[in-house]
Design a binder for this molecule. Sequence first.
Ligand SMILES: Nc1ncnc2c1ncn2[C@@H]1O[C@H](COP(=O)(O)OP(=O)(O)OP(=O)(O)O)[C@@H](O)[C@H]1O
Ligand SMILES: [Mg+2]
Length: 365
Amino acid sequence: MATLNLQNITKSFGASQVLKGIDLAIKDKEFVVFVGPSGCGKSTLLRIVAGLEEATSGAIVIEGTDVSALAPVDRGISMVFQSYALYPHLTVFENIAFPLRVQKLPETEVKSKVAKAAEILQLTEKLQLKPGQLSGGQRQRVAIGRSIVRNPKIFLFDEPLSNLDAALRGDMRVELSQLHRDLAATMIYVTHDQVEAMTMAHRIVVLNAGKVEQFGTPMELYHHPATRFVATFIGQPNMNLVPAKVLGYDTRGLAVELDGGAQLTLPVDGAAAKKGDRIEVGMRPENIHLGQGLSMKVRVLERLGGTSITYGHMDNGQRFCAALPGDADVAEGQTVDLSINPADCHVFDASGAVLRRLMAPALAA
Ligand SMILES: Nc1ncnc2c1ncn2[C@@H]1O[C@H](COP(=O)(O)OP(=O)(O)OP(=O)(O)O)[C@@H](O)[C@H]1O
Ligand SMILES: [Mg+2]
């Protein structure tokens, strides 16, 4: 059992507070991804968990034991970095064996542990080569091998794939997910790539300016973003945000008028909203269809095969993006009529908080 609890972690560098009270409960064998924009505190938080950086306040609890005062080697944690820092003069075997040599383990044990890690990482054929003779993805696997042989309770990864090209990153994503299943260990993975986060995580922590915006499964974050920030961070292409004003609220939901004129009744809890309040209506490009109600002038059309991504403007100049079927009958320069199911809209108040959706039974027939 390797549960990890972070309790009210704060971190200041001089006068600037970069972590502002982080509380997280990570389950045994869970694959958790920390995602967020550059500078939001992802690496700092990971380094605090590893013991490479000291928190200003708060506690780190692993399997029920407060490890905050323990040295990194005594925490049962292993960390893999973006720059994999292999020893160029040592073979792959000796690079993987390095932590075991430090522990002065007997040769037979070293051999069996390295052989097992190499097998999991498909490096068995490469053990006698030097890092210079490997591809980027193979080198990153050697760095992971060095982690595996230490048999840590928790693996930490800080952007381990960001030095690799796009195709190799895709392959390594699949390999890391497989590795997680094979090792059945708790893993925390930092990235600013939301595709990596969506595809690999059991649960995602969205960090913004030193705070947790939301912690949930990829599909919870996609369907029920708690804030405007999460809504626009998760999902590709990004969610459209259309400014609107409140017309009224009744049992059917919140009636709004989009800037540009279209009126919609959205099935969200608008009890706190007042007539005339400014709000934003979030519309995911993939939820937009050819239809009636919205209109957009297409500036750029990207035919991807299965989908056609259209970028352009609504009547009032608002930028807009729609993901239409691959063979949709649209062209650059054309004005197209579009629609969205009101139930697919997300609504954010002026503070960026989301208005809770009304469940079907709460809506009048
Ligand atoms: N040793 C340090 N001294 C002073 N400020 C620091 C130090 N380390 C980090 N910071 C600051 O803390 C903030 C968070 O940094 P951190 O490296 O955790 O961000 P990040 O989310 O990992 O970003 P990136 O995606 O760019 O790696 C940044 O504003 C950074 O400048
Ligand atoms: Mg970082």
